[in-house]
Design a protein around this ligand. Structure first.
Ligand SMILES: *[C@@H]1O[C@H](CO)[C@@H](O)[C@H](O)[C@H]1NC(C)=O
Ligand SMILES: *[C@@H]1O[C@H](CO)[C@@H](O)[C@H](O)[C@H]1NC(C)=O
Length: 194
């Protein structure tokens, strides 16, 4: 294993086809190993650093706020959205003939955290997974993690944190990882890995 890690470090563009679930990053930073998610998955919160048990083990769900627009609430698995990665688009399957994608709002309003939306279309480009779950490579490098906060839909809501404004977060908010949990027929999957 160490050999492969060293190889990945030395040759960042070399494709490690011998490791079934791991390949080197394409658009990700060179010190990051990209993980291939299951073909269809739910996105499950794992609280970073412990605490905030009420934000742990929740699933990303589209909350309709207008025609073709959803906020992302964090709720029980029974309403979890089914996601899949299409290239670098984080898409969702809502059984419609047209696509839905995760759209990273804001970043031009001088705010320290921003909405994550699921809209019609493919959404924002630049998503990938590593062992900390779903990541976003944004051109200016402004993504610095996911926040789960109590907000206005009666369930915790997903936001993303903007690196350049590192203000204190509200006390209901906590940083979470979004781990891909395979959608299996009639069952749910694993515990938090972090
Ligand atoms: C996953 O990627 C993010 C964003 O590039 C990075 O901050 C984090 O350290 C990575 N996690 C691991 C385990 O490499
Ligand atoms: C995946 O993305 C491409 C565009 O990059 C699009 O043409 C294709 O329809 C998408 N697949 C699905 C299942 O939405």
């Amino acid at each position: 294993m160490l050999f492969f890690i060293l190889l990945a470090w030395a040759l960042p563009t070399y494709s490690l086809t011998v490791l079934p679930l791991i390949s080197t990053a394409i658009s990700a930073p060179p010190d990051t190993i990209t993980v291939v998610p299951p073909s269809r998955y739910h996105l499950k919160t794992c609280v970073v650093g412990g605490g905030h048990a009420d934000k742990e083990g929740l699933y990303a769900s589209g909350f309709h706020i207008g025609a073709g627009i959803n906020d992302v609430t964090l709720e029980g698995i029974e309403v979890a959205s089914i996601g899949f990665l299409n290239g670098t688009y984080q898409q969702f399957d809502y059984g419609t003939p047209f696509p839905w994608g995760l759209n990273m709002g804001g970043a031009d309003n001088y705010a320290a955290w921003e909405f994550a939306l699921v809209d019609t279309g493919f959404g924002s480009e630049g998503f990938f997974f590593n062992s900390s779950g779903l990541q976003w490579t944004e051109t200016e490098g402004g993504f610095s993690g996911w926040l789960a906060c109590d907000w206005w839909h009666g369930a915790p809501q997903l936001f993303w944190k903007y690196y350049f404004y590192d203000y204190p977060i509200p006390s209901s908010c906590v940083q979470v990882n979004l781990m891909p949990v395979a959608v299996w027929e009639g069952s749910e999957a694993t515990d938090c890995m972090v």
